[in-house]
Design a protein around this ligand. Structure first.
Ligand SMILES: Nc1ncnc2c1ncn2[C@@H]1O[C@H](COP(=O)(O)OP(=O)(O)OP(=O)(O)O)[C@@H](O)[C@H]1O
Ligand SMILES: [Mg+2]
Length: 217
């Protein structure tokens, strides 16, 4: 629960509202919350989905676990309390992005159900889509792109999710992506189908094909 503000801290209403921003952007805002074990594919998929959405003319932004720990959350560690604060800040940030009319994508392990539930509770029903990147621990450990599992097994990193800290699987995610079975493209297609079913894609979206490749924009 956030602390209530001091009595003389007043909310200043904005004339430019979420619906006006969404109208300008041509699509609704949403939070795509990717969760899963280290190495499950959250960053890969959040960025790949963003790329597809960007090509369709959507306003997007990716919050990536490692990136925010360089700045916004650089004071936090990996204890359960700090992880909760990390996710609380990202929840509040993505809530602002919802007001800004943007599709915010997050790539955080976010291992605790209670923390994810709190982030969801900050926004209206339907604004928060929980996407579970499901992947067996053994596969994640084999991928070990950053060498973190090896360090955790060697006892060099404490409280490493999957090894020495728990991961609580989502009970009712909006989407499950089996990243050990499916290709990145197939996972991205599933996310796009989910967004289409929820009415989040631009109505008169520009086709991928009409835009130049990203590196020429
Ligand atoms: N279907 C898939 N979806 C996502 N990643 C996949 C898939 N198939 C294979 N991979 C590979 O798995 C790895 C996932 O790494 P990534 O950095 O995205 O994981 P992460 O969940 O963000 O991990 P961390 O929590 O450590 O940041 C990449 O090397 C990616 O190419
Ligand atoms: Mg990542």
């Amino acid at each position: 629960m956030n602390k209530p503000p001091a009595p003389d801290v007043r909310w200043h209403p904005a004339a430019i509202t979420r619906p006006l921003r969404e109208q300008l952007n041509g699509h609704p805002s949403a939070i795509l919350w990717f969760t899963g074990l280290p190495g499950a594919g959250k960053s890969t998929l959040a960025h790949a989905v963003e790329e597809r959405l960007h090509r369709m003319g959507c306003r997007t932004f990716v919050f990536d676990g490692d990136n925010v720990r360089h700045g916004l959350c650089s004071d936090l560690g990996f204890s359960q309390k700090d992880r909760a604060e990390n996710i609380r800040r990202i929840g509040e940030m993505t809530k602002l992005f919802i007001e800004a009319g943007v599709i915010a994508l997050t790539a955080f392990i976010s291992p605790f159900r209670a923390d994810r539930r709190k982030a969801r509770s900050l926004v209206a029903d339907g604004d928060f889509l929980e996407i579970y990147c499901r992947c067996a621990l053994a596969v994640c450990e084999q991928r070990d792109m950053k060498g973190m599992y090896a360090k955790a097994r060697a006892g060099e990193i404490a409280e490493f999710t999957g090894v020495s800290a728990p991961y609580e699987e989502p009970e009712q995610p909006d989407l499950i992506l089996d990243t050990a079975q499916l290709s990145v493209d197939a996972c991205v297609d599933q996310v796009l189908r989910l967004l289409s079913a929820r009415g989040i894609l631009p109505k008169q979206g520009m086709s991928d094909m009409k835009l130049p490749p990203l590196d020429r924009i």
